[in-house]
Write a protein that binds this ligand. Structure first.
Ligand code: NDP
Length: 284
C-alpha cells in the first residue's frame, strides 16, 4: 500500500505566521496599538515551560508584544486571580493566556472564568464556549482551530463527510466536534467509555484523535483513505515524542496524516497568534 500524504503542519504554520507578521506590521504602521499577549505560568512543569517559551518566541517573531508572568507552584489562587484582574484592566494586553495544568490547590475553572472574555484568546471562557456552540465564535480554541486550518489547506471536503473525534476534553475534543459539525460533517465523539471504539473510528472519513494515549489508534482501526489528524503529544521513555496514533500502521491505510511532532503542535501556536491580532483589532 502507498504511504499517506504527510500533512505538514510545520510548513503551513510558518506560512500563516509570515502572513500574520505582515498584517501586524501593516496594523502598527497605521498607528494602531501593537497586539499584546500576557502569558502566565505557575509552577515548574517542564512541558508547560517549553510551551510557554515557544509561545513567547512565536509572539516576538510576528511582532506581538508579550508579557511574561512566572510564579512558583506555591502561588495562592487569590494572588493569581488578582494578577488576572490587573491584566484585564491593562490596555496594552489584548490576550491573556494561563498555561494549564495549574497546581492542584488552584481551581482552573475559576481562573478561566476570571479572564475577561474579550481577552480570552484560548477560547476557554464559558461565554466564548457558548458563542462557539451557537455558531457565532469570538475566539476559537487554538488547537481545534489549527486542525480546521489544516483540513482547509488540504481541501478536505467536510460537508457531508463522516468525522470521528476520539477524546472529549473541553480544550480539544469538544470544540473540535463543534467546528467539524459547523462545517457540515456528521460527527461522532468518543471517550474512554466508548464501547467498540474501532467501530466508530473505522467509519470516519476524517479522524481526529486527542486522548493522550500513545499510539492507541492503529491502522486496523482506520477507514482506508481516511484523513487522520493526530493531536496527541506524548513523551516516551527514550525521550522521543509520539502521537496518539500509531503512525507506522496508520500511514499505510490513511490517505493523509499529520506527523508528531510537526503536525498540529505548530498550528496551535499559529492560531494563538491569529487570535491575539483578532483581539487587538476588536479592542480598537
Ligand atoms: P484530556 O486528558 O483532557 O482528555 C482526554 C480525552 O480522551 C478524554 O475525553 C478521555 O475520555 C479520552 N480518552 C482517554 N483514553 C481514551 C481511550 N482509551 N479511548 C477513547 N477515548 C479516550 O486530554 P487533552 O484533550 O487535553 O489532550 C489530548 C492529547 O492532545 C494529549 O496528548 C495532549 O498532550 C495533546 N494536546 C496537544 C496539543 C497540541 O497543540 N498539539 C494541545 C492540547 C493537547 P473521558 O472523557 O472518558 O475521560
Amino acid at each position: 500500500p502507498n504511504p499517506a500524504r504527510l500533512i505538514d503542519g510545520k510548513a503551513l504554520a510558518a506560512r500563516l505566521r509570515g502572513k500574520l507578521q505582515q498584517k501586524i506590521q501593516d496594523w502598527v504602521e497605521q498607528g494602531k496599538p501593537r497586539p499584546g499577549l500576557a502569558v502566565i505560568l505557575v509552577g515548574a512543569d517542564p512541558a508547560s515551560a517549553v510551551y510557554v517559551r515557544n509561545k513567547i518566541k512565536a509572539c516576538k517573531d510576528v511582532g506581538i508584544e508579550s508579557f511574561h508572568h512566572t510564579f512558583g507552584a506555591d502561588l495562592s489562587e487569590a494572588a493569581l486571580l488578582a494578577q488576572i484582574a490587573e491584566l484585564n484592566a491593562d490596555p496594552n494586553v489584548h490576550g491573556i493566556l494561563v498555561q494549564l495544568p495549574l497546581p492542584k490547590h488552584i481551581d482552573p475553572q475559576k481562573v478561566i472564568e476570571a479572564i475577561d472574555p474579550a481577552k480570552d484568546v484560548d477560547g476557554f471562557h464559558p461565554a466564548n464556549v457558548g458563542l462557539l456552540a451557537i455558531g457565532k465564535p469570538r475566539f476559537i480554541p487554538c488547537t481545534p482551530f489549527g486542525v480546521m486550518k489544516m483540513l482547509e489547506d488540504e481541501q478536505v471536503q467536510l460537508r457531508g463527510a463522516t468525522a470521528c473525534v476520539v477524546g472529549a476534553s473541553n480544550i480539544v475534543g469538544k470544540p473540535m466536534t463543534l467546528l467539524l459539525q459547523a462545517a457540515g460533517a456528521t460527527v461522532t465523539i468518543c471517550n474512554s467509555k466508548t464501547r467498540d471504539l474501532a467501530f466508530h473510528t473505522k467509519h470516519a472519513d476524517v479522524l481526529v484523535v486527542a486522548t493522550g494515549r500513545p499510539k492507541m489508534i492503529t491502522g486496523d482501526m482506520i477507514k482506508p483513505g481516511a484523513v487522520v489528524i493526530d493531536v496527541g503529544i506524548n513523551r516516551l521513555d527514550d525521550g522521543s515524542l509520539c502521537g496518539d496514533v500509531d503512525f507506522e500502521s496508520a500511514n499505510t491505510v490513511a490517505s493523509a496524516i499529520t506527523p508528531v511532532p510537526g503536525g498540529v503542535g505548530p498550528m496551535t501556536i499559529a492560531m494563538l497568534l491569529a487570535n491575539c491580532l483578532g483581539s487587538a483589532k476588536a479592542h480598537h
